[in-house]
Design a protein around this ligand. Sequence first.
Ligand SMILES: [Zn+2]
Length: 251
Amino acid sequence: MQNQAYFRFYEELNDFLPLEQQKQSFAYDFNGTPSVKDAIEALGVPHTEVDLILINGISVNFDYLLKPADYVSVYPVFESLDISPLVRLRPAPLREVKFVLDVHLGKLARLLRLLGFDSFYRNNLTDEEIIEISTDERRIILTRDRGILKNKTVTHGYFIRNSNPEIQASEVCQRFDLYSRIQPFQRCLNCNGLIQPVKKDKIKEFLLPQTRQAFHEFFQCRNCQQIYWKGSHYQRMQEKIERIIQSKSNL
Ligand SMILES: [Zn+2]
């Protein structure tokens, strides 16, 4: 016989639900005794998004087994609300914020590097490789593919909502509370390596004549040797950074 429980999802977790299930309680049919984690993921919400589950008003773990007529309230990661008396589901936050990005997020990777955040990206990684890098190097997975976040071994991940790279960068800053940690022009946009000042003499043979003439201050990636200077692209990048910082108040 089929059993029924009732679910209500809060805040941005509603992004994962069809309209008729958003911001209201709805019945969920189940057989046997699924864990509440399995039920939440069957409804389309990756477990990495969930921070608190209340069943009939009492906080439970992911492995709680669903019972008929349970009333389940599911909450996302809270940034500001203090829920310390309740059971938090997320493992402790990673102290150092580092990312590994899914293959479809190349533009976001460059923007996060521009903001100074350690962002591993290659356009040919498999899901398995992304998960392995995340686990081995303690990197948070950023993706628009919720399938990868449902993998059991994934502990830290975030599902990017927007398709516009600049808004995506704002989303990440908001979600991980990174605004105060933005340190632009520290990382190579191409390879994620650290950049440092370099004497013009050392690199002038690689410059175009007009660049050599007009600029005197240069930086170089310690990893791939890419050379940077404050040309017209520098102005455009500064404007981007400014827009992302300004987004704090608009979100
Ligand atoms: Zn580089």
